[in-house]
Design a protein. Sequence first.
Length: 368
Amino acid sequence: MRRKPTTYWDYLGLDSLLGLQSGIAGDESELINDEVMFIVVHQIDELWFKLMIRELVAVRDLFAQDPVPETSLGSAVRGLRRLALLFHKVAGHFDLMETMTTRDYLSFRDKLSPASGFQSAQLREVEILMGLDSSERVPLGHEGSYLEALRAADGTESPSYTRVKQRLADVPSLRDAVRAWLYRTPIQGSRPGEEGDDEAVRGFVDAYVNAHQREQAAGMGLRWSSNPKDRERIEKRIAQEAESARAFLLGLDRPESERAAAMRVRAALVFIESYRELPLLTWPREVLDGIVALEQASLIFRQRHARMVERVIGRRTGTGGSAGVDYLDQTALQYRVFRDVWAVRTLLIQKSALPPLQNAHVYGFAAT
């Protein structure tokens, strides 16, 4: 059977799409331009969030494999870069929102109450897929949890509530999948489960911390300082930074049962960043850079959101009963998912200072 010719408007469903901008009014003609713009911008945001969810699931599923095919890492990097761009697209909409004056927005703001952008189920899904834990969330207001804020007005489970609840069961998160992948990274040629792996990882950590300490001493002017008090102060600071680096790499901030795994993951992060020129580590390093770019874009989105809200309505209470700008500022500060990936930036040293690489053949191209 021959397919019926497709039109542009049918393929995109434009008749349906363009009829969805009336808000709670019977007809869009009843609304002022500012309210229609407000609706359109948020609808577009939700479409961007839809794409984010698809990309996050695809990248997460790739890293959830064991082993992760080396040939698929390029696709993962492309997905991470697309996710960062999507966050930038959403943040870019705030420029348009800021064309509203405070009085313009107040003319229809009461229609929103008690609705809130906090009720964007898709943004909650994005956060869950990235790996934001429920315990790390900033309380919205009177609700017992962010999930409770998604219930219908009568307390029943809304479609948004159900959607987010199902996403919570969709494990692993991207953070957990990437951690599992990092855990399997060969360190000095040694892999998890192999005889002597614990000793190889610990040996690398000790050698790296010592190299880090030597470079810090050389770079902080210790050799040229003739003032005893300055030397004492610098030596103390170097010792503190070395101890902090060692504690981080050994996972001493984690419960004792988790320290061995944390040490291996963090050692892998440092190892990949340090020896990134090796063929086997080139794409993994691009993955780490893509993760940083993704989270940076998400933080910029949150910070930009807060400044837009402050510019338009100041620091008044949010329509959903939240603390408004104060709440948004808190999320911009606290919603960090890939903390370890960021933390290693403090520990990296120049190439010439690195500990000697062992078993370099492990990181070469596979023989064909």
